[in-house]
Design a protein. Structure first.
Ligand code: AOS
Ligand code: ZN
Ligand code: ZN
Length: 427
């Protein structure tokens, strides 16, 4: 670890009187609403969000990239960075890898390094949206949907190889996001492309170990701009249903056309037991990959409201979804951004947990939209930040992660070790 964990405790002590005051007040108010504060804290402490390996460096756009320095140069350094985040917030205890960007050279060493940092390996991601230098055939016109069977086979084989890496590291799921699509009307046969994609996915599904899950991500456009083979949750759900029990839909918050009711998508998938995973981020226009909660915190809360309702429903057949962030940074320090994202997720989750569900159901049963709104917004407008801070404190993490990140000069140390020009592998 870059710093001694005791340094976090020393900084916490300075912030403690202030924290105590706000937490005691909040705690008292919540108890008056018959909310079990300790139960709430326990749930927050258990909730872990996976950090994507590709979000630890600067993303940039097609117009340019402005790296801030000290970026992780290897898988090992990416794990180090997530370990720092987890030490600060105790809420990011997993990492999601991307092959081939994160091929482990020494599996044993990587596993040990992750364990030493308290990290698990979440879903592994395949990459058939770029051509790699040593690759025989091109994905320019698609991968799993390609007209040429040899290209499809190459893409299938790549996914099978990703599964092997995941197995070695202790991962239990594969996320497939395809860029496959077309940019011009007439370019591709919709029906045949979807059929070929399903057939290719079947081979991948069959190549997974029996205790693995397959997550099928959807996206309406980009990098192609006329059609995407897996354009929406319905198409993803169709594929997942035909593949089998262990195939699920993955919802990336940025992958919807404007004004889509994402909370309803979540509820529908959960009703079918088919919500497998989440890519959290936020956006104004499209797949902006901005900090979670930066634009639409109320929408995030409404999504969590459905997630909590689905998870608490004893009849729900939906397994606990994989929680992951998918982000890209052009302006912020990637690590500070991820700390903000994790906190936004924890807040929305906590707010959803304090919704008076029985009262809400009553309001719904008596067709009282005014009361239903009051109940939801009562929860949303309760400032739960002291509760999240208390959860961190109880887990031995920082009361104020970003403040501590700056006080300990983490970025400066990383730049000192890795240089100003170090670039993370990834997008
Ligand atoms: C792409 O838009 C998807 O969100 C992917 O999930 C992800 O960003 C990609 O796999 C990372 O390169
Ligand atoms: Zn994504
Ligand atoms: Zn995306």
């Amino acid at each position: 670890m870059l710093f001694d964990k005791n340094q976090i405790h020393t900084l916490n002590d300075q912030a403690l009187p202030d924290h105590r005051e706000s937490f005691e007040y909040l705690s008292h108010r919540l108890s008056q609403r018959s909310i079990q504060v300790n139960e709430l804290i326990k749930k927050i402490r258990e909730f872990q969000v996976a950090i994507p390996s590709w979000a630890l460096g600067t993303g940039g756009t097609r117009f340019g990239r402005f790296p801030g320095g000290g970026e992780p140069r290897s898988l090992e350094e990416k794990i180090t960075d997530v370990g720092i985040l987890h030490a600060l917030n105790a809420g990011s205890g997993a990492i999601s890898l991307h092959i081939p960007w994160d091929i482990p050279d020494n599996v044993e060493k990587i596993r040990e390094h992750a364990a030493a940092n308290g990290l698990l390996f979440d879903a592994v991601n395949s990459n058939t949206f770029q051509d790699q230098p040593d690759q025989e055939l091109s994905y320019k016109f698609g991968s799993l949907c390609h007209t040429d069977a040899r290209v499809r086979q190459q893409a299938v084989n790549h996914n099978l190889e990703v599964i092997q890496y995941g197995k070695m590291l202790g991962s239990k799921s594969l996320t497939v996001w395809l860029a496959d699509g077309s940019s011009f009307p007439g370019q591709m046969n919709f029906r045949k492309a979807l059929q070929r994609t399903l057939d290719s996915l079947k081979e991948i599904y069959e190549g997974m170990p029996a205790d693995w899950k397959l997550f099928v991500e959807y996206k309406p456009y980009e990098p192609y701009f006329y059609h995407t083979v897996i354009q929406d949750w319905g198409t993803s759900h169709l594929l997942a249903s035909q593949l089998g029990e262990r195939a699920y839909t993955l919802v990336d918050l940025g992958h919807h056309l404007p004004n889509t009711n994402i909370e309803q998508v979540v509820a529908t998938l959960m009703m079918q037991g088919k919500l497998g995973g989440f890519h959290f981020n936020d956006s104004k226009f499209g797949d902006d990959d901005l900090t979670v909660g930066a634009m639409k915190p109320y929408q995030l809360f409404l999504i969590f409201n459905e997630l909590v309702e689905g998870m608490e429903d004893p009849r729900s057949a939906n397994p606990s979804p994989a929680w992951m962030i998918d982000a890209s940074h052009n302006l912020k320090d990637p690590m500070e951004d991820l700390l903000q994202s994790v906190e936004a997720i924890q807040l929305a989750y906590a707010q959803a947990l304090i919704v008076d569900r029985a009262a809400l159901e009553n309001a719904r049963d008596s067709n009282d939209p005014v009361l239903a709104q009051e109940i939801l917004q009562e929860a949303f407008r309760t400032d739960l930040r002291p509760l999240i801070a208390e959860a961190r404190l109880q887990s031995g993490a920082a009361l104020h992660p970003i403040r501590v990140f700056r006080q300990l000069e983490v970025r400066k140390t990383l730049v000192g070790e890795r240089g100003t020009k170090s670039l993370a592998t990834g997008l």
